[in-house]
Design a protein around this ligand. Structure first.
Ligand code: TYM
Length: 332
């Protein structure tokens, strides 16, 4: 079976709708066809300052959310990145194969470091995409389900894999990004030209899976739309409505043209009201499931330990081959 790998950062109290529709939903589906490795990337999280207690808690909450949306630990390896030391080890080797200028061209780094100032931005933030490449290449992943904002990191990963293979012999599978066109970028409800993100300008533009359902419903009902009246998909001229239609379609499984027909002669208000209901119906049981996973932390930690063990088997084999190719003397 082909392999799939992806990761998500434990840097917020909850995943948001962009994470879910852009990436996590595909994680769940790909379990049917792929051997899957899914992880909570705590090493990536510390590229910006984290409170230790909060990080530990968020890591568990992240894992509980992944289980609740349908990641099945009997079929897939679900683990925490820092439990598999090979990630940091391969990352170092790959850093030595990455050009300084090449890393400097990563737009996420440029954006984040510009926000923080170059003196406060960490070297880890700079090498972040190389660690991500290590994550992927360790598992010889064929496919990497992510949102549009990760495309450049995937391109770097492919370049690093090819470079290593060309120089030292075929070692890595060159992975393909798996980015679904329709939901690759979910937009902020208050500013439908910006991507939905935990660092959003306004909290009202961000729908968090673990937020009070009533609050999320209210955010949907007060989403920014345009001045027209017809519920039609037109990303250029009706960014707000189009974003709502994308979300609605993905959550309900109803195609966008079908929704357009259903809302003929109705207004934006009806669309928002109904979408708010769909959302509440979906997050309410999801939150209960998350809570039940968090009620049994011992069991949760056991799942993660088993996942890490499974992951290490594959990761250590790749790392051993890399060390050999690079010319490291094996320990006697
Ligand atoms: P992270 O934690 O920022 O986000 C997790 C996933 O959610 C997607 N995403 C979105 N998709 C659509 N619309 C949005 N508004 C939106 N916001 C976030 C992201 O594209 C991502 O797929 N660098 C990664 C984590 C990572 C990783 C990896 C991913 C580390 N190692 C290896 C894949 C493979 C990140 O920061 O994702």
């Amino acid at each position: 079976r082909p392999r799939v790998l992806s990761g998500i950062q434990p840097t917020a109290d909850s995943f948001h709708l962009g994470n879910y529709l852009g990436a996590l939903r595909q994680w769940v589906r790909l379990q049917d066809t792929h051997e899957a490795f899914y992880m909570v990337v705590d090493l990536h999280a510390i590229t910006v300052e984290q409170d230790p207690k909060v990080l530990r808690q968020r890591t568990r909450v992240a894992a509980a959310q992944l289980l609740a949306i349908g990641i099945d630990p009997r079929r897939s390896a679900l683990f925490v990145q820092s439990h598999v030391p090979e990630h940091a080890q391969l990352s170092w080797v790959l850093e030595c194969q990455t050009g300084f200028g090449e890393a400097g061209r990563m737009t996420q780094f440029k954006d984040k470091s510009a926000k923080q100032g170059t003196d406060r931005a960490s070297v880890g933030l700079f090498t972040y995409p190389v660690l991500q490449a290590a994550d992927i290449l360790l598992y010889q992943a064929n496919s990497v389900p992510v949102g549009e904002d990760q495309r450049q990191h995937l391109e770097l990963t492919r370049n690093l894999a090819q470079r290593f293979n060309n120089r030292l012999g075929k070692t890595f599978t060159v992975p393909e990004p798996y980015i679904l066109k329709d939901t690759a970028k979910i937009y902020d409800l208050q500013d439908p030209t910006a991507k939905m993100s935990k660092s959003a300008a306004t909290a009202n533009g961000l729908v968090e899976l673990l937020d009070e359902p009533k609050r999320s419903a209210k955010k949907v009902r007060s989403a920014v739309t345009d001045t027209g009246r017809e519920v039609v998909f037109d990303a250029e001229n009706k960014a707000g409505v189009s974003n709502l239609l994308t979300i609605y379609s993905a959550l309900s499984g109803r195609a966008i043209p079908e929704l357009e027909t259903a809302y003929e002669g109705k207004g934006y208000g009806d669309l928002k009201k109904d979408l708010a209901e769909v959302l509440v119906e979906w997050v309410t049981p999801l939150q209960a499931a998350v809570k039940s996973y968090l009620d049994d932390v011992a069991e949760l930690d056991k799942i993660l330990a088993a996942g890490a063990e499974q992951a290490r088997e594959v990761a250590s084999a790749t790392l051993a081959r890399v060390y050999e190719r690079i010319g490291f003397l094996p320990p006697a």
